[in-house]
Design a protein around this ligand. Structure first.
Ligand code: SF4
Length: 404
C-alpha cells in the first residue's frame, strides 16, 4: 500500500500556512480571476509565490486551480496567467476545460496537469482519453463508488487518481447546477455557489401569499435537497485499497480553523494506518474532532455500492459546536506567554483550547492582557492579547472555544 498524499484546501496564504503547520502533503489554491471559486477563496500571484516557497521548504506541493470553463474573453488573461503560475513554481495546474488544457500544453508543456472533478470523469476510457491529452492526474467524479475507482486504477495504472474524502457534497453533479444563479445570481459554475439547496423553503397558497406553509419532512424543517457532508475517515483502508494516490479535502472557502482540524485529524489517521495497516481502527477522538468543525452531519456519500444520495440533513445551517478564538502570533519565551491575534469575542475566564499539531491543551484565560500590558475583561476581533503558556507554541497555531 503506497502512502497517499493528503491534499488540503488553502483559500489564502494564512490557510496555506495552517495546512503546512498541521501536516498537509500538498495544498490546492485558487488563483484570482480564473479559478472555480469565489474571490474570497482566491490568492494573488504575490501571495502564491510566497506560499510556494514556504511549502517547498517543507517538501509540500502546491497545485493551482484554474478550473473555470473559460469563455473566449477569458483566454487573453489565461495566456498571461499560465506562464506566471509556472514562474511562481506551482507543482501542477488543476483544469477542467479542454481549451485551457490545449493552451497550457502549448505555453508550459512541462507543467503537470490535474483534471478537476468538474470535468466529471467517471470511467476508464475517459481516463485514457485525458492521459492521451497529457493529463498526469484525474480528480475523479465524486459520484463514483470505491469499486469503480479501483477498476479504473487497475485499468490505467500509470494515471494518478485523486478522490474527495471529506467535505460538503452537492445535490447536482458537482457544481453543474443553476439553483444558486437562479435564486441569487451567484453561479455555481463560476465557483460562487450560495448553496440554496440547503435553504429553508416555504409553500405559498396563491390566495394567501402572506400565510406561508413550511414544506415539512419532519417536525423541524424541510430539507429536501440538503446533503450531509462527506466523511471517509472510518474507511481509509478501503479508500487506499482502491488505488488512489491523493486524498482530497473539500473547502477552500472554509476557515483556517476548519483547515487546522481536518488536516491534523486526517494526518493522524493516515499515519496510524500506514504504521499498522492491518490494525487500523478509526479512533473515537478523530470522529469527535471532526464534529467540532462546522458540518451538516456526515455520510459516506457514493463511496459504497449503496449510494447515500438520499441522506439529506436536517441541519439547514451548519452544526457548529466550536468556533475559532484566534491564532498564535508569537511566543514570548521570557515571560512564558503567547501573543494571540483574536478572531472572535473572548471574555476573561472563557474555556479555550490551543491546537498543537499533535495534541490539544487547555489555556488559562482568567487574565487577558493587551499588547501594551493593560489588563482586559474581554477582547474582540483584531485585538492582540497575551495569554500564559509554559511551553512554546508554533506561530499560526489555532485556538478555539465552544460556541456560546
Ligand atoms: S445549490 Fe447545492 S446542488 Fe447546486 S451547486 Fe450549490 S451546493 Fe451544489
Amino acid at each position: 500500500m503506497e502512502k497517499p498524499e493528503l491534499l488540503i484546501p488553502a483559500g489564502n496564504l494564512e490557510k496555506l500556512r495552517t495546512a503546512l503547520l498541521y501536516g498537509a502533503d500538498a495544498v490546492y489554491v485558487g488563483i484570482a480571476g480564473l479559478s472555480l471559486r469565489s474571490p474570497s477563496a482566491e490568492m494573488s500571484l504575490a501571495d502564491l509565490a510566497i506560499g510556494v516557497s514556504e511549502a517547498h521548504a517543507r517538501k509540500v506541493k502546491v497545485y493551482a486551480a484554474i478550473n473555470t470553463f473559460a469563455r473566449n474573453a477569458d483566454l487573453k488573461q489565461a495566456r498571461l496567467l499560465i506562464p506566471a503560475l509556472a514562474d511562481a513554481g506551482v507543482d501542477a495546474l488543476i483544469v477542467s476545460d479542454p481549451g485551457m488544457i490545449r493552451l497550457i500544453r502549448t505555453l508550459t508543456p512541462n507543467l503537470p496537469l490535474h483534471l478537476s472533478t468538474q470535468a466529471n470523469t467517471t470511467n476508464a476510457e475517459a481516463v485514457l482519453f485525458w492521459r492521451d491529452h497529457g493529463v498526469r492526474r484525474i480528480i475523479l467524479a465524486r459520484e463514483l463508488n470505491l469499486n469503480e475507482v479501483g477498476e479504473i486504477a487497475v485499468a490505467v495504472p500509470e494515471m494518478e487518481l485523486e478522490i474527495f474524502v471529506h467535505g460538503a457534497m452537492c445535490m447536482a453533479y458537482s457544481g453543474r447546477c443553476y439553483l444558486s444563479a437562479f435564486r441569487n445570481r451567484r453561479s455555481a459554475n463560476e465557483g460562487d455557489c450560495s448553496q440554496p439547496c440547503r435553504w429553508e423553503y416555504l409553500l405559498h397558497e396563491a390566495t394567501r401569499p402572506d400565510d406561508p406553509l413550511i414544506l415539512q419532512e419532519d417536525e423541524r424543517y424541510s430539507y429536501l435537497l440538503s446533503s450531509r457532508d462527506l466523511c471517509l475517515i472510518e474507511y481509509l483502508p478501503e479508500v487506499l485499497a482502491s488505488g488512489v494516490a491523493s486524498l482530497k479535502i473539500e473547502g477552500r472557502m472554509k476557515s483556517a480553523y476548519y483547515v487546522a482540524v481536518v488536516t491534523r485529524t486526517y494526518r493522524q489517521a493516515l499515519d496510524a494506518l500506514m504504521q499498522q495497516k492491518e490494525k487500523y481502527k478509526c479512533r473515537r477522538e478523530w470522529i469527535d474532532e471532526l464534529t467540532k468543525i462546522s458540518n451538516r452531519g456526515y455520510t459516506t456519500g457514493f463511496a459504497f455500492s449503496e449510494e447515500k444520495i438520499n441522506e439529506t440533513s436536517s441541519e439547514i445551517k451548519y452544526i457548529q459546536t466550536h468556533e475559532p478564538v484566534g491564532t498564535v502570533l508569537q511566543y514570548d519565551s521570557v515571560n512564558k506567554r503567547i501573543l494571540i491575534g483574536v478572531r472572535n469575542h473572548l471574555t476573561a475566564g472563557d474555556e479555550v483550547e490551543l491546537l498543537f499539531p499533535d495534541d490539544t491543551i487547555k489555556i488559562d484565560t482568567r487574565t487577558l492582557v493587551d499588547a501594551n500590558g493593560e489588563p482586559l475583561k474581554e477582547a474582540n476581533n483584531d485585538n492582540q492579547i497575551y495569554l500564559p503558556l509554559e511551553r512554546e507554541a508554533p506561530i499560526g497555531a489555532v485556538l478555539r472555544q465552544k460556541v456560546k
